[in-house]
Write a protein that binds this ligand. Sequence first.
Ligand SMILES: [Zn+2]
Length: 676
Amino acid sequence: MNPLLTPFDTAPFSKIKNEHFKPAFLQAIEDARLEIDAIANSKKAPTFENTVAALDFAGQQLDRVSSVFFNLNSAETNPEIQKIAQEVSPLLSEFSNDITLNEELFKRVKTVYDQRNDLELTTEEQTLLDKKYKSFSRNGANLPLDKKKRLREIDAELSKLKLQFGENVLAETNKYEMHLTNEEDLDGLPEGEKEAAAQLAKSKDKDGWLITLDYPSYIPFMKYASNRKLRKELSIAFGSKGFHNDELDNQKNIINIANLRHERANLLGYKTHAHYVLEERMAETPEKVHQFLQELLEKAKPAAEREFAELENFAKQLDKIDRLEKWDGAYYSEKLKQKLFDLDDEKLKPYFKLENVIAGVFKVAAKLFGLQFEEVFDIDKYHPDVKTYRIYDKNKNLVSLFYADFHPRPGKRGGAWMTSYKAQYVQNGINVRPHISNVCNFTKPTASKPSLLTFNEVTTLFHEFGHGLHGMLANTVYPGLSGTSVYWDFVELPSQIMENWCYEKEALELFATHYQTGEVIPMELVQKIKDSATFQEGMATLRQISFGLLDMSWHGADPSGISNVKEQEVKAFEPTDLYPECPETCMSTSFSHIFQGGYSSGYYSYKWAEVLDADAFAYFKEKGIFNQEVATKFKDNVLSKGGTEKPMELYKRFRGSEPKIEALLKRAGLLAETTN
Ligand SMILES: [Zn+2]
């Protein structure tokens, strides 16, 4: 008896053994294949129900097995699970490729799609139909045979180039080390960082200290080391990865990637790669992204220039530096920050006992959305540390199950995330409720001390819980459109907006009390947190804009004329430059986000998401942060709607208008002081 192949409601963790996974995957893939074949080969005329809806509900068992398995691989893994992951991943991508390439299936979907205007579909049904159709057409299903063949060649070539790009960046990172034998050269570094550098040297049988291009080594050195010459050396080494005209050089790879992406987009009928990508984003078009970045640039630049002048002046006074270079920025910023704010995590932590913060986020959700949380002990779990809850609405209807897994342990990866074990959907008239999970890595309590969170961890908890609410409150028919299945420049709205409550007196009073004295956190402390959070926000914004502009310069226009990578980059960075240009470095040749990861034509979305959450929260601030009318509008138009409609439509229905950047500028302290 394989517990994963027996129908289950909550994941049967205690019954699952590692040896159950592989056979469960094989069987579930086989079953899903049969379901898909039955849809594709049906003798009945294609309809929305028997084709599009059926396709979305196919393979449910496979989804459940996959979610249990991959969630465990993140939160409670072991070498055996990791080995199984390597074995099943190719099977799963083969299965999903077979669906996209299934011509009979596409024919049926296309027949329904071509009739879409006569079918009187609901908005959600139209969205599902569009999404399914595009999952084929964006992979070339409409192309004639020769072009289809070319598309496959491009895809194969692109995945090789992206891999090569990444391998080069990694090799460049590993190749470099700065070996220091004179302790004075580490002047300024905190003891812990020095120790880590000594450890690293020791692990490689060297004396003294080693600094590398890995973030945990590189960042502290740039921030604290007072030796300017060494900072320059390290900064140039970091900034010139893939830019040495040797066998690890990435310049040709980038030009090839950009051109192949452009050709691929053209084949599919899009003007550029950015047009192709943005079709499935809230921003929709490259023009809109450009307009967005431009508007932000205009507003942020004066503040950034002010901050830069202040920093340069500070460096001049402190060390007689007359021209601030890229390798000076982090160092003097850290010094200036220390001078302006004397803020220390240890002062804040006693106000944020984990249990209080959890109770706090539940209280906030109760006040906003009428949710009630009940810890329960009858649900199977994968580790004793995991807590389980049933969440009800005002009328005691079950809304969701919630797993909370908050402490680190071996076998759990770092970071914090939201995930689900079961999607919400409606089938046969039954609204099936979801199983949502939050996983974090907060310090475990000891016998004498409870788990006390840093402020950053508090906002992380609220953030992940916001993603959680998006899953819990889902109320859609189709699982493929439910919860967080939205365009990815929209998915951070529910999470980021929740962080805002962590800065509000009215919310903090609900939970931020000293774990020993019961005293509520003093507002001066909260104000300090706010002020230090927006320190040098203008410069930080400009930096994000510059990356967005660089991304768009590679993907938003025909790249066939580009022959010089550095020239292209200098041109893209020109509007955002603060520091003097450094000819030895090039960012593009190690910009993994856009040339290896999934962020091509998407880098703007970091700032986009901030604009959304600031604008949305400004509405709460206007009417009161626990205002029922606004909260209900947010729930009804955003949290419950998943991807059933275009996000801009959902947002406008909540807010009454498109998002404006003013709220973000105000929150970030970037609005120029008015002189009247
Ligand atoms: Zn997030």
